[in-house]
Ligand binder design. Structure first.
Ligand code: ATP
Length: 575
């Protein structure tokens, strides 16, 4: 008979498998063998900027384990610490949060590799609404899947996921038009693209009707039965949904009130005198029992303490403790460095230029899909150019008045291609911020790739806009009518607009909100205006401020445009 404790791998190395899980401990392979997550003495603190209380503990010394193939409900009343525990287990802790304690993935200390082997479905769905369901998934597949995946495999994977999650019928619909349930499934689908063995879902049923919620959890149940480990925080599941979870973790005030098989929870609570009334939803009962009611805060806290203390010494806790002890024991005795080296090689992310291309495509689609905005902007631009230029008709002459008029229209060409684009991109990053941070933290792309793709997607507009404005204003106002001067003027204004937009993006990135960006940008604009050369002779600037002209592109642009218009002119009539 074959020895259950040993097997051999394709590389010929002998492996030792766990008597508890039948899993290898010398070859770390969560993708092939599923994930057992174990944690010991885990505490989560949030850093507070308060004197006397620099931090607050929100998860209090919790230990536990979740086996491969489990669908786990993480429950508790609001503020119990569900999200904090789940993000800590998922290696996606929020800013200003510190995690203390150990978390193991199949006996391996948790690390950056978690991004490769796990998916995280957020409670709030964030998408680029102008994309269709199919476009979103195809782009996500390009950004997420292994670079060795062939185009055929990628298409097949997207199709299969859309079919499994019933998204085929809305695949050509824009995300802005699909239902809440479809959005949830789309969010889930995005996480499933890489087929991760470990999934975290933060309140996946929130906002869904009972039928859609049941359908989604049933789908998760099916996936868990095929070996995935799925952990969900969940609020008020119906009895039918609750039954589908194989395991439940009940949290109260950051402590463990129960952890174990869903079917055994009633027995534990009954042993403490909390019997579920007939026809009562067990999930509601547990959450109610563990809630701190404002009318009886002290007695609720005392009851919660009693439940948590009893659980800590219960047989249910010991059952979990055996798994935790075993995992940590194996982690200590196995050759971690070898395991770690092997774990590194299982995924190769897309090349950065692939990401740049597909992100640029995504933002281009977003820009192109706003046709009214574009049409309105073009009409506005042309209208403005006509009105401004009409003011200068007949004034561009070789006399003193003509000098003033020429410099005036040049200043208009430069400022219109500076301030409008600079302010119009100011809210771009604050609007994109949440989606960017989420995708960046999940390792989808770097800030550099994001910034470059945004710029590249905006580039056609950044060229077309000045061409439209300058062509109309230049011609009507009657500036130098030769192709060479006209082309050079176009070139200078295109460069001006690109520099101004890049500067606006810099301010947009540097500040969290538009008002705070404004507070710095407005004084900066005055420096730009003063150093344009139209209000003051630049050589007369005080020494302490004379350097400012060198950071002012208005100065460079005005100088260039003036040279283009005045080059070769030696005399003007003094009238
Ligand atoms: N950045 C923070 N600063 C201060 N307190 C925080 C911070 N983040 C979380 N908390 C507190 O920690 C506790 C646990 O928060 P957490 O979001 O994990 O709870 P939850 O069980 O997921 O709640 P809910 O079900 O309402 O989403 C709450 O009391 C919350 O107010």
């Amino acid at each position: 008979m074959e020895d259950q404790r040993s097997s051999s791998h394709s590389d010929g190395s002998a492996t030792e498998s766990s008597p508890l899980f039948g899993r290898s401990y010398t070859y770390w392979s969560p993708v092939e063998e599923g994930v057992t997550l174990s944690w010991r003495d885990l505490s989560v603190y949030v850093l507070l900027k308060q004197k006397g209380q620099p931090y607050k503990r929100i998860i209090n010394n919790v230990s536990g384990a979740v086996r491969a193939g489990s669908l786990v409900a993480l429950m508790g009343s609001s503020g119990a610490g569900k999200t904090s525990l789940m993000t800590a287990l998922a290696y996606r802790t929020a800013d200003h949060t510190v995690v203390e304690g150990d978390v193991l993935v199949n006996g391996q200390p948790m690390g950056d590799y978690m991004r490769d082997i796990s998916g995280f479905m957020h409670q709030v769905d964030l998408f680029i609404d102008h994309l269709t369901v199919s476009e979103h998934l195809h782009i996500m597949a390009r950004l997420r899947l292994d670079r060795r995946t062939t185009s055929q495999e990628r298409k097949q994977r997207v199709l299969e996921i859309m079919r499994n999650l019933s998204l085929l019928k809305c695949r050509r619909s824009k995300i802005s038009t699909i239902s809440g349930g479809e959005k949830k499934r789309l969010s889930f689908a995005s996480e499933l693209l890489t087929d991760p063995p470990l999934l975290f879902c933060d309140e996946p049923t929130t906002g869904l009707d009972s039928y859609s919620a049941q359908k989604l959890i049933a789908m998760m149940n099916l996936m868990a039965s095929s070996g995935k480990t799925i952990v969900c925080t969940i609020h008020q599941p119906s009895s039918q949904i609750f039954k589908m979870f194989s395991q439940v973790i009940l949290l109260a005030s950051g402590r463990l009130a129960y952890m174990g098989a869903t079917s055994n929870a009633a027995e534990f609570f009954e042993s403490l005198g909390y019997r579920i009334p007939a026809n009562y939803n067990p999930a509601d009962f547990y959450i109610r029992t563990l809630a701190v009611l404002p009318v009886s805060e002290d007695s609720c806290k005392q009851a919660i303490k009693t439940i948590c203390d009893h659980f800590a010494v219960s047989d249910f806790a010991k059952e979990i403790d055996v798994i935790v002890q075993y995992e940590f024991h194996m982690a200590r005795t196995m050759q971690i460095p070898t395991l770690f080296t092997k774990s590194r090689s299982f995924r190769k992310g897309p090349f950065c230029w692939t990401k740049l291309t597909w992100l640029t495509y995504r933002y281009l689609l977003e820009i192109v899909r706003k046709p009214t905005t574009h049409l309105l902007r073009i009409l506005h631009k042309m209208g403005l150019a006509v009105v401004i230029a009409l003011c200068f008709v007949g004034t561009i002459n070789l006399n003193q008045g003509g000098i003033q008029a020429t410099q005036g229209i040049l200043f208009t060409l430069v400022t219109e291609n500076t301030f409008t684009p600079m302010y119009s991109v100011l809210e771009m990053f604050p609007l994109d911020r949440l989606l960017f941070l989420r995708e960046y933290k999940s390792g989808l792309y770097s800030p550099w790739t994001y910034y470059m793709s945004k710029l590249l997607a905006m580039l056609p507009g950044l060229i077309m806009d000045p061409i439209l404005f300058v062509s109309v204003a230049y011609t009507i106002a009657g500036l130098r009518q030769d192709l060479h001067s006209f082309s050079l003027t176009l070139l200078v204004t295109i460069i001006t607009m690109n520099v101004a937009t890049a500067c606006g993006l810099m301010f947009s990135n540097a500040f969290e909100s538009v008002p705070s960006a404004f507070s710095v940008l407005v004084p900066f604009d005055y420096i730009l205006m003063i150093t344009s050369g139209i209000f003051i002779k630049l050589s007369t600037l005080p020494v302490i401020l004379s350097w400012t002209k060198y950071i002012s592109w208005l100065m460079y642009s005005m100088e260039s445009l003036s040279i283009i218009q005045w080059n070769g002119v030696h005399n003007v009539v003094n009238i």
